[in-house]
Each structure stands twice: as structure tokens, then as C-alpha cells.
Design a protein around this ligand. Structure first.
Ligand code: ZN
Ligand code: ZN
Length: 301
């Protein structure tokens, strides 16, 4: 007999005819809320504050409720599950990432879904342990210096590589992850940390501008900017580290724009990383079976 829980029903019901066909997600590693949207002057993210905000929804209560470190934070966004993954790339996620579910849906080849990341250890999200998905529907990857185990590279390389692939291959899905400001913060480099936030803001602006003007992406692409985790506030250890349950580590940024998403909205209701996964899967008709999140309300046109 067919068992049919509500999560399965959610996945097999025909989804609303959303306009978005493509999905580009940018993850900026580990800024604090207080230097990003929580700073009312927005001095370190002028493009987000003056331009992008008019084009989509900005969340002021978006959270990582799992382990506030890099691989688990990426896992929550990419697979919809909070898992205590090793943070060095030694452990695969249990469930498929958006890259795999996108390829399963479209049946396109591996060049139509990409993971492009400054940190090599994020290459693990090309596959997962789930037996029916392990080494199936694997995306193209460009992670770190030369793949898992080769170390981190500068974000300028990641940005250029991402732009090249977008311009030349127009993939349906791309996940881009920048190592800064996290990388500079761990080195106790305050100015480098702030420069990392500013550089990420500029990269996001240039990516969004390209998607808005490119004939393939225009009017059919959802664009997301988020973080894996925040960092400790000054009275709980300061900007150099992160990883506990303090409000600074949990409170992160989320911006969503696209043809189905309201423009110029500040969303103050609570949402968390796994909800982002569920919502992006819902918009694009991807399987939600493995996502522990729920649909984020109030953002659709
Ligand atoms: Zn991180
Ligand atoms: Zn903390």
C-alpha cells in the first residue's frame, strides 16, 4: 500500500506555474549581521542597500539553527538538512543538494548545474550518501585551488570563473561560495574582513546585473544571496570566530529576487536555512522529499 505523508504529497502535487526556470545562489561565508544588513548605514554593502534591495526581498530574521560552521551551514542551504558534518570535507552530506535535484528534474547534462567555490572542501556537495542519489546527477564542480584537498583560492578567481561559465554555458543552476569575509576574520584581519564584505557586495551586484541583462537569464531566474553562519559579537568572543549557538553566529542574511518574488520588501518574520532550501525547491519543481524545511510565506507575487 502506498504510504503518503504530507511531505510526499507536497512533492508530487503539481507546483504553481512559477516563471523562474533557473537558479543562481551566492553564499558569502561568515559575515556578522552587525556589519551587513544590521548596520543601518550599510557602509560595507552599498550595492545591496542602494540597488539590490529594490529588486527583491531582504530578510531581517533569517537564521542558521544548526551547527554554525561552514560545511554544516552549506549543507542546510543546499540539502535542507541540519547535519553535524565534518568541517574539513571528509564527510559527505546524507541527502542530495539542489545541484543534484536540479539535474534530476531537467535531465540535462552535468554542464547545466555548477558548484563554484573558493573553499575546496565544499566539493562534497556534488554527491551524497543517499543510495539512490549517490554519484547520480552530479554537477560540474570548480572548488578551491584544484578540487577537494587542494586548499582555498582567492574569491576573485571564483568570481571570474562563475562569470565565465554563466556567459558561455548559461547553466540552469549555479551555486557560488566566497571564502571571505570568513577567511580574513579567522586571520584576525579586521580590515581584510571588512574588505571581504565589500568585495562580496560588489560581486553580487555584478552577478545580478549580468543576470538582469542577459537574454537567457532575464525574467526567468531566481537569485539568492545568503550566508552559512554569522560570527560572535564582540562581547562573546568577537569577530575572529564562530560556531556556537549565540545570536551572532545564528543570525544571517538572506536576499531573494526573481520573476516570482516581490520587489522592495523587508521580510521581518522568522525563517531558517532549511526553509530556503524547501522554498527554492518548490519554486523550481524539484523534489522536496529530503528537505526538513517549509515554504517561506509572504515573498511571492
Ligand atoms: Zn563558513
Ligand atoms: Zn557565536
Amino acid at each position: 500500500m502506498l504510504s503518503c505523508n504530507s511531505k510526499q504529497l507536497a512533492s508530487i502535487q503539481p507546483h504553481k506555474p512559477y516563471k523562474s526556470k533557473k537558479l543562481i545562489v551566492v553564499l558569502i561565508d561568515g559575515p556578522r549581521w552587525e556589519e551587513t544588513w544590521g548596520d543601518s548605514t550599510h557602509q560595507y554593502q552599498p550595492y545591496m542597500a542602494s540597488y539590490l534591495r529594490n529588486e527583491g526581498c531582504i530578510f531581517t530574521n533569517f537564521n542558521n539553527l544548526g551547527n554554525t560552521i561552514t560545511n554544516p551551514g552549506h549543507c542546510a542551504v543546499l540539502t535542507g538538512n541540519y547535519e553535524s558534518l565534518a568541517n574539513n570535507g571528509a564527510q559527505l552530506p546524507s541527502y542530495p543538494s539542489l545541484a543534484q535535484t536540479f539535474l534530476q528534474k531537467t535531465q540535462h547534462d552535468s554542464t547545466s548545474a555548477w558548484l563554484i567555490t573558493s573553499k575546496d572542501k565544499l566539493e562534497i556537495f556534488k554527491t551524497c550518501l543517499q543510495s539512490s542519489w549517490s554519484n547520480q546527477y552530479m554537477p560540474s564542480v570548480d572548488c578551491g585551488v584544484g578540487g577537494l584537498g587542494t586548499g582555498y583560492r582567492h574569491d576573485s578567481i571564483t568570481f571570474l570563473n562563475a562569470m565565465n561559465v554563466l556567459q558561455n554555458s548559461h547553466p540552469d543552476f549555479m551555486f557560488i561560495s566566497f571564502r571571505d569575509p570568513d577567511f580574513s576574520a579567522h586571520a584576525n584581519d579586521w580590515n581584510g574582513y571588512l574588505e571581504g564584505i565589500k568585495r562580496g557586495d560588489k560581486y553580487v551586484y555584478e552577478l545580478f546585473n549580468f543576470l538582469q541583462t542577459d537574454t537567457v537569464y532575464k525574467n526567468q531566474t531566481t537569485f539568492v544571496v545568503t550566508n552559512d553562519h554569522g560570527r560572535h559579537p564582540d562581547n562573546l568572543g568577537g569577530f575572529t570566530s564562530h560556531g556556537d549557538n549565540c545570536s551572532g553566529c545564528k543570525h544571517i542574511n538572506l536576499f531573494i529576487a526573481g520573476p516570482d518574488i516581490k520587489k522592495n520588501q523587508i521580510i521581518t518574520t522568522f525563517a531558517e536555512q532549511i526553509d530556503l532550501h524547501f522554498t527554492l525547491s518548490h519554486i523550481h519543481g524539484l523534489t522536496n522529499l529530503y528537505s526538513k524545511g517549509k515554504l517561506i510565506p509572504g515573498i511571492f507575487n
